[in-house]
Design a protein around this ligand. Structure first.
Ligand SMILES: Cc1ncc(COP(=O)(O)O)c(C=O)c1O
Length: 379
């Protein structure tokens, strides 16, 4: 038995991602080729071809960090720390700031590394449960209740962790909820890590929250080009925080990890970051079309599954209406029709839930295949 429990979702994808024909549960938006990225800026091709293939700076190329800092009001390049994907940033941050026995409050369900790494480090991890309730407009919504925090944090949680927009439910706190969470963290001095990798994919642009690194002096924001930008192959993510001491501690860890990111990826990432709104807008277009298709699907198929419509992101978390095991269904579905859904069991959650992804351009084809299979199986 190693240090960590296996990452259930990654093992599931390792089994199916490159063989299933229709991925209907991916969390990233549609990717695009290097050629298209290079076409976004004059001189970009030459900059890439002239990029020397040496090491880069541990915290990221200064010009990339400056471009990322432009995304945040009031932060400079010194507040940005580039990593190889969000995943490396999560690991390095936790290794840098947590010690055994620390109380860490993490939203649940969650992307497994957000809770598993603190657990493996010997921290006392408390689950901050996502709830479902009325949305005030006749529908339902997933939400985190800020009033849960005092009970969960007890006399002194060192860190509160939330992912917003949320994987897998697509929920997004209201501004009031976000402010209540920040103000609780501020009262207790807790570090607030917000995994913001699905930010910029809000269905209503007015609902986009400020980044936690802008809103809170002890806030640490996590972002990556994989999801809103569809550029997972670059493996470029970052932490942004006004806590210099935290970033300094992360630097100590990174010297024992990747040391620095890939130089060509950083060059390409800089182009992407400078064109972030344009890239995210393209992906919001794909998402909006797909959400409309899913709305139709769920209203046609109440006997199959019910969903709580997502507020943001590229994934949602419906539930099989008969309460049966989504893993059994997913295994049959992928082997008989090539359509892949992600069972809720992989989030250590109620087995009747499953994750559906709507950031990909071919989602409509996957949905047609799913409906054909449902019809053939009388569902
Ligand atoms: C909430 C969340 N955080 C972090 C990550 C890791 O991102 P990356 O694979 O780009 O490192 C993911 C990937 O699915 C995610 O959903």
């Amino acid at each position: 038995m190693g240090f960590f429990e296996p990452f259930a979702l990654e093992r599931f994808f390792a089994k199916h991602e490159f063989s299933a024909r229709y991925l209907l549960c991916s969390s990233d938006c549609e990717s695009f080729p290097i050629r298209e990225l290079l076409a976004m800026e004059e001189g970009a091709i030459d900059r890439l071809l002239d990029q020397r293939l040496g090491y880069t700076e541990t915290r990221g190329a200064p010009s990339l960090r400056a471009a990322i800092a432009e995304q945040y009001a009031g932060l400079g390049a010194e507040s940005v720390f580039v990593h190889s994907g969000a995943e490396e940033a999560i690991l390095n941050l936790y290794l840098a700031v947590l010690k055994p026995g620390d109380r860490v409050v993490v939203n649940y369900p969650c992307y497994q590394s957000l809770s598993e790494i603190p657990r493996a480090l010997g921290c006392d991890v408390a689950r901050w449960e996502m709830r479902r309730g009325p949305d005030g407009a006749g529908g339902s919504r997933w939400f985190l209740d800020p009033d849960d925090l005092p009970g969960l944090c007890g006399p002194g949680a060192g860190m509160i962790v939330m992912n917003a927009p949320h994987n897998p439910t697509g929920s997004l706190p209201t501004r009031e909820e976000f402010e209540a969470i920040v103000s609780y963290a501020r009262r207790t001095g807790a570090v607030l890590l917000v995994d913001e990798v699905y930010r910029r994919l809000e269905r209503d642009q007015g609902s986009r929250l400020p980044s936690v690194c802008e809103a809170y002096e002890n806030g640490v924001a996590l972002d990556v080009l994989s999801k809103h930008s569809g550029l997972a192959g670059l493996r470029i993510g970052w932490l942004a925080s006004r806590r210099d001491d935290i970033l300094d501690a992360v630097a100590v860890v990174k010297d024992y990890n990747s040391i620095c990111s890939s130089a060509p990826s950083e060059t390409l990432a800089e182009i992407a970051v400078r064109n972030l709104e344009r890239i995210a807008a393209r992906n919001r277009g794909i998402v909006a079309k797909n959400v409309a298709l899913l709305e139709g699907f769920f209203s046609r198929r109440p006997g199959f599954a019910e969903w709580t419509p997502p507020a943001a992101g590229s994934i949602a978390f419906p539930r099989l209406s008969d309460g049966s095991d989504a893993e059994a269904l997913a295994e049959r579905l992928v082997s008989e029709s090539g359509v892949l859904l992600l069972p809720g069991a992989y989030y250590d959650y109620d087995r009747s839930y499953f994750r559906i992804g709507y950031g990909r351009a071919n989602m409509h084809e996957a949905l047609i295949r799913l409906e054909v299979w449902l019809d053939a199986n009388g569902k």
